[in-house]
Ligand binder design. Structure first.
Ligand SMILES: Cc1ncc(COP(=O)(O)O)c(C=O)c1O
Length: 412
């Protein structure tokens, strides 16, 4: 079996399929092996001692590392670094750790990089769980979120200038569920100017459409539950870092000690999912364009938030930092809250659920579902109106998705 693990491929799709096929091939399996083991056994005490001391490579305990999980980590690192060079002009190498969930990865990032007294600047249109983590878990231990409009770069700079306790800029772009986009390059430059860490949640875009490390950010994270897995078979997260020694010293101990490690079976489903990432994203994007165009002209719909419309307020930025417009959109029903609930009850082909990025089309109504706990005046500030519907457009045939939306809207 030829050594494939270190190869660099010309194409993103080839990297999806071939990178890090199997680190530990004992027999000639075609696909990667699952190593369902809690610990790793040795005959020789010296060998284990040397591994503990870091003098030789090897596995010790399943909460710390696992070969199947490592294969997933290496594949995601290869995708986020695809076609990117380091300052010496060599292929960029990234540190990468898989977590039990996207929230596990985000928690480890904050806990490893911030201490009581530190602040983190971020946007209002943030995934609800991240927002709740900041307010409910971190703020009580004096790690304080500063929520501002990240599109207003002079406001961001003013805050950084005035407050040296701000240690991180945390960006989610495109954002959930309004599809607002933020300038990764400009925000990272401000972060660097004021000695801050810059981290990007790349869940909505995936490394196929957007590579934040291109702009030299410090960390990228994903809820792998979404597009990277792509089939809705497991909850998971990943955190990747550019500074490998910082990652080893700070992130990995947090992962080990909070115990938010990914497991071998979920990592295996993630590896299989990522092999088709390029193909799936192409289809998600194509279908979403068709669905967005259909919804745009509908008499029951006030407006559509979609990255691919020239009328999107961030269209110039989207063209610059993204390769395509994602499989996500949201739209506002003129009939408000009741129209939203009604539409959810009338959907039949699309799946009524609160995740995204899967092969099937998923629809949800934030005001009555994901954002129910957020006070109305808070969610309205960030465009999450009563009639807003979020759609994760799947890889089915667009005609079937549109037909379902059409029949559900006709009953409204
Ligand atoms: C943009 C984004 N980031 C993070 C998360 C959290 O991921 P998980 O549910 O895998 O913990 C989600 C979940 O929906 C999300 O949409």
């Amino acid at each position: 079996m030829k050594e494939k693990t270190k190869r660099i491929y010309k194409g993103f799709g080839s990297t999806c399929v071939h990178s890090q096929v199997d680190l530990h091939k004992a027999v000639n399996t075609h696909t990667e092996a699952i190593y369902p083991t809690s610990t790793f056994a040795y005959d020789d005490a010296n060998e284990l001692m040397q591994i503990f001391k870091g003098e030789r490579e090897g596995y010790i305990y399943g909460r710390w590392h696992n070969p199947t999980v490592e294969m997933a980590e290496k594949k995601i690192a290869a995708l986020e670094a695809w076609n990117l060079k380091n300052e010496k002009g060599e292929q960029l190498e990234l540190a990468s750790k898989v977590f039990s969930s996207g929230m596990g990865a985000i928690s480890a990032l904050f806990l490893a990089c911030l201490k009581p007294g530190d602040k983190v600047i971020t946007q209002g249109t943030l995934y609800g769980g991240t927002n709740a983590l900041l307010h409910q878990i971190l703020e009580p231990i004096n790690i304080v979120p500063v929520i501002i409009e990240l599109k207003n770069l002079s406001l961001v700079e003013d805050c950084l200038k005035k407050d040296s306790s701000i240690k991180m800029i945390y960006i989610e772009t495109p954002s959930n569920p309004t599809m607002d986009c933020y300038d990764i390059e400009a925000l990272n430059s401000l972060a660097k100017k004021y000695q801050c860490i810059c981290a990007v949640d790349n869940t909505f875009a995936t490394p196929y459409l957007q590579q934040p490390f291109q702009y030299d950010v410090d960390f990228v994270l994903h809820s792998t539950t979404k597009y990277l897995n792509g089939h809705g078979t497991a909850i998971g997260g990943v955190l990747l870092g550019k500074d490998i020694s910082f990652f080893n010293k700070r992130i990995i101990p947090v992962l080990k000690l909070i115990g938010a490690n990914g497991n071998p079976f979920d990592a295996w489903t993630l590896i299989q999912g990522m092999k088709t990432l390029e193909l799936r994203m192409e289809r998600h994007c194509l279908n979403t364009m068709k669905v967005a165009e259909y919804l745009q002209g509908h008499s029951e719909i006030a407006h559509v938030n979609y990255c691919g419309f020239k009328s999107h307020p961030d269209f110039a930025l989207i063209k610059k930092q993204m390769k395509n417009y994602t499989g996500m959109l949201s739209f506002e029903l003129k009939g408000g809250l009741n129209a939203g609930i009604e539409m959810m009850n009338n959907i039949s082909f699309c799946t009524l659920a609160v995740s995204l990025g899967t092969a099937d089309t998923i629809i949800q109504h934030p005001a009555s579902m994901s954002h129910l706990p957020v006070p109305k005046e808070e969610r309205l500030k960030f465009g999450i109106t009563d009639g807003l519907i979020r759609l994760s457009v799947g890889i089915e045939n667009a005609d079937d998705i549109i037909a379902d939306l059409e029949q559900a809207l006709a009953k409204n």
